[in-house]
Design a protein around this ligand. Structure first.
Ligand code: ADP
Length: 326
């Protein structure tokens, strides 16, 4: 019998579709294994203020298909201070919560790691972010849904782009990572993707114009990853207007619609597998690990690895995009 009798669960940082599916799986797996579950609202803020409710199996009924997070999320600066974390730990002790499952991105895992180290407390993290920028997992919860949303939006923009012979720069999210832009470009048949991983090395814009856009196409779509490195879609469009006059340039910033919507089957299944794996990990006395998925297998990734390492993009995909858009 596990020493863990009660777990807490929270979602933090940017919301991602599939977080609810993960909450449901964690809750039900914990109950199945004889544990109590406490839902903590608004991420680490709720841990400090004590906004907590016991979750039974019905609390997570009818949520697998819903985007966002029923536990709400927040950004909590106080938790970045030792005093804030000390208060949070006090709440955990007071509430009789023996271990914590956190769902979120890089910042959430960093916070989880601080709590775990400072108080020798068991925490397991689930990768919940549309950006896919966590090392040690092939994909994160929410990524597939966001990618499908981007694909649908780009399909729509293509109709108008080709009717008017226009060059569209479409900005997608990703923080400092180019996964959504690159995979989004492949999925939607865009002509190119401008991503921060490559912008550090070469001028993608001139490559793109010289290689393809001048040759045969009247309309083109280029996905640009939001990032200071790329300058975003606005920055890229300004450069084109200045350096390559003659194109009829338009910019669309997809923005927060990329975060919303009902999760895809892939995200629901992955979130469910990862949620169950989080409880398995705690039962196996694993602590301070992120649950990852590598080649369809669940893996445990130490927080230190998941946070510190930069996840590389697959460079072959850039070439495939180039070839498939000539
Ligand atoms: P995400 O988890 O999506 O990357 P954030 O970067 O906003 O989102 O982080 C979510 C929360 O995690 C923050 O509001 C803060 O409470 C906590 N957090 C982030 N970075 C740290 C840190 N260095 N130390 C402690 N807590 C952190």
């Amino acid at each position: 019998m596990s020493a863990i009798k009660c777990i807490g669960i929270l979602t933090s940082g940017g919301d991602a579709p599939g977080m609810n599916a993960a909450i449901r799986a964690v809750t039900r797996s914990a109950i199945y294994n004889g544990m109590k579950v406490k839902g903590i609202y608004r991420g680490y803020r709720g841990l400090i203020t004590g906004e907590i409710e016991e979750f039974k199996t019905q609390n997570v009924s009818n949520i697998i298909q819903r985007g966002g997070t029923i536990l709400k999320t927040a950004r909590c600066l106080e938790f970045k201070t030792p005093e804030g974390r000390s208060q949070a730990y006090g709440t955990l002790v007071r509430e009789g919560i023996d271990a914590l499952v956190t769902i979120g991105g890089d910042g959430t895992l960093t916070g989880a790691r601080c709590l775990a180290q400072e108080f020798n407390y068991p925490v397991v993290g689930l990768p919940g972010t549309i950006d896919n920028d966590l090392f040690g997992t092939d994909v994160t919860i929410g990524y597939d849904t966001a990618l499908n949303t981007i694909m649908e939006c780009v399909d729509k923009i293509r109709d108008t782009a080709s009717s008017h012979d226009r060059l569209f720069f479409i900005e997608v999210m990703g923080r400092d990572a180019g996964f959504l832009a690159l995979d989004g470009a492949l999925a939607s048949g865009a002509e190119a993707a401008i991503i921060p991983e490559i912008s550090r090395e070469q001028d993608q814009l001139s490559d793109m114009i010289e290689f393809g856009l001048r040759k045969s196409k009247n309309s083109s779509i280029v996905l640009v990853a939001e990032s200071e490195v790329t300058g975003g879609a606005m920055g890229v469009a300004e450069r084109v207007k200045k350096e390559y006059p003659g194109f009829d340039v338009r910019v669309t910033i997809l923005g927060h619609l990329q975060r919303g919507g009902s999760p895809t089957a892939q995200d629901r299944i992955m979130a469910t597998r990862m949620g169950v794996a989080a409880i398995d990990a705690l039962l196996e006395d694993q602590r301070n690990v992120m649950i990852g998925m590598q080649s369809e297998q669940i893996v445990y990734v130490p927080f230190s690895k998941a946070i510190r390492n930069e996840k590389p993009i697959n460079r072959d995909l850039l070439n495939i995009l180039r070839i498939s858009s000539i």
